[in-house]
Design a protein around this ligand. Structure first.
Ligand code: ADP
Length: 444
């Protein structure tokens, strides 16, 4: 079986969030199950080109396009739309040019969702045996554009298929209607987006798919996320040395970030793309109420300008000894925060899967998280973390209070750390489920 993964990002080559992690790992773990896998991503000029994914023989193909290098700092839709329409068209022509016939074309998110649409609308005998799977990593991002944005020679084939210029197109919706199967990244989120507002207007399309839609939980790559061999952290540690290891990491991080050095005070981490999804609005009103003598906060994130501005307020020297705000993308600091923190905050309004709770647990860091999507599938309230009763500041405050009470009880705290570190979030499990799903799709 040949499975071709197509996405706009793939770690460690290029990553802006969890999608990059998934596309960098899943094909490698599938290959271990004797499935031939291949990855296709845009040939952005600014990314280094690896011919294979690290530690594997999984080949990466880079798709050229005349619009791919258009600078697009503000996610200008006039640039985004034609860029990824051209990418999808070029993926199809590149497969043909190379004579590659996938059994499964596994497309990830809206950037690649036109591929199932193009293959369905314009059936090509070359892809006669090919089935398409569209995985939705975040249904809020759909790629909606007026057709008039696509009036370029490179995207003409696409505009001919969607018709008149006055119309608007929705990449994700077209892909969902056309794909042989749809998946999302956790079973709980698959239930959520079937109904109401959680589907961001696409619930009905999902309900139409009925038996052709399910959720498979993401895994995390233990070669990347593992405190024992981690080259970024101050001190490596294992389950046996977790308490002394975390203590050293905490003290060094407190020094690095200018926090008061105090090994007894619990450190709360937060790492996220700064979008409204991630619930910074639940955290900021609490900051003045939190007992600064009883906890410290370290935040790392970049994204929405308004959220960055809101967080920048806490960069003020009044907060310096107990809050550290870091507004950038920084892989090394991320690893250090996972290792140094005692608790990890995830107050998301919705979370399709969420990787940060799983990464935290591998580092012996206890998650305090909203009870939504993949967070529900991975955290047992009171056993392996704390879930918010509802997605509000008050519930977050309450959950933080529960975690502080745990911290005061060393025996129970240590028991929970031991439990979170025993959880198995390996890709082996999820990759096996995907392969089972591919077989099912091929038999449709
Ligand atoms: P999403 O896919 O919605 O961004 P996930 O929880 O699935 O959220 O994945 C987030 C990934 O991105 C994690 O690997 C996290 O460590 C990483 N990440 C997010 N923001 C940053 C940042 N500013 N610097 C470094 N890593 C980050």
């Amino acid at each position: 079986m040949l499975v071709v993964h197509v996405a706009f990002e793939c770690a460690p080559i290029y990553k802006t969030g969890g999608l990059g992690d998934v596309v960098g790992s899943l094909p490698v773990y599938e290959a271990k199950l004797a499935i031939k896998t291949l990855v296709m991503i845009p040939a952005y000029a600014w990314v280094p080109r690896l011919s294979t994914l690290p530690g594997s023989k999984v080949e990466v193909l880079y798709i050229d396009g005349s619009r791919l290098d258009k600078p697009n700092k503000k996610h200008d839709p006039k640039i985004q739309g034609p860029k990824y329409a051209e990418f999808c068209l070029n993926v199809i022509s590149e497969l043909k040019r190379r004579g590659i016939v996938p059994d499964i074309l596994h497309c990830h998110d809206w950037h690649t969702a036109l591929i199932p649409f193009l293959l369905k609308k314009r059936p090509d005998p070359f892809f006669k045996i090919t089935k398409t799977l569209l995985t939705i990593h975040n249904i809020a991002y759909q790629g909606k554009f007026p057709v008039k944005y696509f009036l370029y020679p490179e995207t003409q084939q696409f505009t001919e298929l969607v018709g008149d210029n006055s119309k608007r197109v929705n990449f994700l919706k077209l892909g969902m209607q056309s794909a042989d199967f749809i998946s999302t990244v956790s079973p709980a989120h698959a239930q959520e987006i079937r109904k109401g507002n959680a589907g961001f207007g696409l619930s009905r399309v999902l309900r139409h798919k009925r038996g052709r839609f399910l959720g498979i939980l993401n895994g995390i790559d233990y070669n990347v996320w593992n405190p024992a061999p981690d080259g970024y952290v101050y001190e490596k540690y294992t389950r046996q040395s977790v308490f002394s290891g975390k203590l050293t990491n905490k003290v060094k991080l407190q020094q690095q970030l200018g926090l008061t050095v105090n090994k007894d005070i619990p450190l709360y981490g937060f790492i996220a793309r700064l979008s409204s999804q991630k619930g910074v609005d639940l955290l900021t009103p609490l900051i003045s109420e939190l007992p600064r003598e009883r906890l410290q906060l370290v935040l790392l994130g970049t994204g929405d300008h308004k959220i960055e501005k809101m967080l920048n307020e806490f960069n003020h020297k009044n907060f310096a000894p107990w809050i550290s705000v870091n507004l950038r993308f920084d892989e090394q600091l991320a690893h250090r925060i996972y290792a140094a923190s005692d608790f990890f905050l995830i107050p998301s309004h919705y979370e399709p899967c969420g990787l940060t709770q799983m990464i935290s647990m591998v580092y012996g860091t206890i998650p305090v998280a909203s009870a939504v999507g993949g967070l529900v599938d991975t955290i047992k309230d009171g056993r392996t973390g704390f879930l918010l009763k509802s997605t509000t500041s008050e519930s977050l405050h309450q959950a933080i209070r529960r975690s502080l009470a745990l911290w005061e009880n060393t025996l129970e705290y240590r028991g929970m750390v031991a439990r979170v570190m025993k959880q198995d979030f390996s890709w082996d499990k999820s990759a096996t489920e995907y392969v089972r799903l591919y077989r099912r799709i091929l038999s449709l």
